[in-house]
Unconditional design. Sequence first.
Length: 560
Amino acid sequence: MLDMGLLTHEQVEAGRAEAEASGEGVLDTIVKGGSLEPMMVTMAKATYFGVEAVNLADLRLGDDVIGLVPRHVAKRFNAVPVAQSESGAVVVALADPSDIDSVDGLRHALNKEIELRVTSASDIESAIGRYYGGSSKDDGGIAKMIQDITEGEVEVSAMKGDVGADEEEVDADAPIIKLVNQLIVDAFKKRASDLHLEPLAKRFRLRFRIDGVCVEQPDLPKRLQAPIVARLKIQAGMSIAEKRIPQDGRIQCNVGGKFIDLRVNCLPTQHGESIVMRILDKSGLKLGLAELGFFADDQANFERMVALPDGILLVTGPTGSGKTTTLYSCLNYINRPDRKIITVEDPVEYMLAGINQVQVHEHIGFTFAAALRSMLRQAPNVVMLGEIRDLETASIAINASLTGHLVFSTLHTNDAPSAVTRLIDIGVKPFLVASSARCLMAQRLVRKICKQCIGPSAPSDSECHALGISPEMLAQATPKKGRGCPDCNRTGHRGRFGIFEIFNINDEARRLIFEKVPANVLRNKAREMGMRTLREDGTRKVLAGLTTAEEVIRATVTDH
């Protein structure tokens, strides 16, 4: 817009200062201030992206054109059909041609090629109201949510068998079905990893966990608590008659052409049953080691460990720190036709091509240990064990690693050297740990800075002190921070990646493990051998402008 002469540098700087104060976008602030007409913005976008601008108010669209894009698709992607080209592509008008997610989502939803036109957001809103009825904005209210959902937006099927007459009873209450489907769609659209439905004394609270942080949503009506919980339990294959014990289930969904799994847990509480749904987006899983957040030196080191022919490699960290994703990435990295790979998991979260995945069933006695003992008769090269929980499982896994198998597994410990102490505590002999362990890695997840609103921002003195950042280090670095924008829900963060602590076991470390030294002695030795702590790895990523000091301090509060 500067190049076209529609704005001056002074107007941009004034708009930027006002936008930072208000938290709005720079362009929105300038338009609101009257320095710029919305149509000018549309023309500039058209020029910049090389697409044609249209004025929807001047067009009269027939039913045959409007019928090219269903109502729920138009409202979901804020898109209006303009025509159909000779090649059969649908010509659609959008307010933001740079929104690749919307363009791809629209293409999948229509299952047709699309040609883009650009118009203003207000034009889109009024055209949707004129041709489809209702505003495209403010779908937040529960009553509006129930009215606006269409059955085509989400297809849901229970994982387990027929649930009989109860299904028909709840199916008759169509608004509840639509509301539950919309909750799933909304959570998926907002990139939530978990959806929490929590009954309180006078509220039915809804929260989404987005990038590891719970974000409260508008409450659901308390009167709808029972039917919503019943609907979800039926979809997940649980018993709706049993309300006294916890239950687990699974729901498969097709949301906007993407196949996702919902892992559902139901827990009886004082004010009703609490439901937590873990959203597993199979199409969104990135299985390259580079995507996990390794710097080049750590990635090369870890790839060398993963490629070893035998031994045990443990990934440690608390629940929700990305351990399973790391193990899947390791398997994906070494998955070749000449290797037989078997996993034992509870539950199997993602299906991996070319890998034999085994689901544990504790209730019939098919435990981790039983599955592991049987799978070794299948002559695998590589074994992945979801978690080491007890002595029996640990013993079989370690014996497998000593007999020529490469074993991957996870443990719940705070740092890498503590994995040794944990294995010895559950009863594994120190000489077995020393002989079998090849690499121990601890990890945490920190939020990435949003790419849309990223800007320079130096850490405070207290943050520098906590992370050990000297003025000299700061002078050579590029620390950054997100200001907050609509793309990241005003948080300044979008997405997560890992920070890592990698402990390679060498002969000296094996001697200390065999001598059963305390964890702090082993940790100090690991540091001498070159192990970088979680906080030190996080500090490198702060200085590189990938995350913020606040995030690293929060994730490594136990690491001093």
